[in-house]
Design a protein around this ligand. Structure first.
Ligand SMILES: NC(=O)c1ccc[n+]([C@@H]2O[C@H](COP(=O)([O-])OP(=O)(O)OC[C@H]3O[C@@H](n4cnc5c(N)ncnc54)[C@H](OP(=O)(O)O)[C@@H]3O)[C@@H](O)[C@H]2O)c1
Length: 258
């Protein structure tokens, strides 16, 4: 397939790494010249990636056009493009809802929204698609855990969870730092803690979603160390505070989209 990227920044680069890992040379990829450093690096690294001279050249050489510019740049960029009938525009732009995207592109093209996260470069993490256009679904399904929300609102709600990333690393650092204070080498502490968290995430992904509430107890022995920690944190109202963090993410996201 012919794939084009306008706005060759952090997330476009991560998606191109993922597509290249999953599909090899199966696609011809053309990228817009900005950012110069990233687009040059991609074109050097992969023989199926070419750096165009302009945004319009990207449009003219793609069947699926990915939009990876910042929200405040999206309207101007889309208005400047001459899109073809039947072309697909797949937008990464946060907060740019499907109806507005369709208005900006015109009715003769198909549109969808994709929300990837940086680990897509390693074919990991969630990737959201709405609406579920078949050709786009087929392309991105191998890039991560595909999630298909049924509305812009559902996509926005799920995006709230991506505001937990830095807090996850902050929490991990507490555990690793605590071990280092007890003279454990940093690498050992990191490997133990992070390999455990990675395995626990996989356990939850394999588990029946209807019975997720059973997982905490399934990882506790009565009177044991896991129970001790969970009960201490319950007493400290740590989990309620954590849920308030989700509210804070939601509030910030709403204020940014106003
Ligand atoms: N980063 C993430 O984890 C993530 C996840 C999901 C969705 N998103 C969405 O993806 C979009 C891009 O995010 P990002 O983190 O990749 O930002 P970024 O690294 O700043 O990328 C934006 C890119 O757009 C380029 N650009 C600006 N104006 C342009 C124009 N007129 N024509 C062509 N290219 C232009 C910039 O080039 P210059 O450097 O030359 O200005 C830059 O390479 C955002 O809308 C964001 O909401 C990001």
């Amino acid at each position: 397939m012919r794939l084009g990227f306008i706005g060759t920044g952090a997330i476009s680069a991560a998606v191109i790494h993922g597509i290249s890992k999953a599909w090899g040379d199966a696609n011809a990829i053309v990228v817009s010249p900005r950012s110069a450093e990233i687009s040059q690096d991609l074109a050097q690294r992969y023989r199926w990636v070419r750096r165009a001279e302009s945004n319009q050249e990207v449009v003219d050489n793609s069947d699926i056009l990915f939009l990876g510019v910042m929200p405040q740049q999206a309207t101007e960029v889309l208005r400047s493009l001459q899109l073809r009938e039947g072309q697909i525009v797949a937008s990464f732009v946060a907060g740019l809802e499907v109806a507005t995207l369709q208005e900006l592109t015109g009715p003769s093209v198909e549109v969808c929204r994709i929300t990837p996260l940086p680990p897509i470069a390693q074919l990991e993490g969630p990737v959201m698609l709405y609406p579920g256009l078949g050709q786009v679904r087929q392309l991105i399904a191998p890039l991560g855990v595909l999630i298909e929300p049924e509305s812009d609102a559902a996509m926005a709600a799920l995006s709230t969870a991506s505001g937990l990333m830095s807090s996850f690393f902050r929490l991990s650092q507490e555990a690793i730092g605590w071990l280092e204070e007890r003279d454990l080498p940093r690498t050992q502490a990191r490997d133990y803690v992070m390999a455990m968290f990675a395995a626990l995430s996989k356990t939850a992904l394999r588990h029946d979603p209807a019975a997720l509430e059973a997982l905490p107890r399934a990882h506790e022995t009565p009177g044991g160390i896991n129970e001790a920690c969970r009960e201490f944190l319950e007493q400290e109202r740590w989990f309620e505070t954590f849920a308030l963090g989700m509210d804070a993410i939601d509030e910030r996201a709403r204020s940014l989209s106003d």
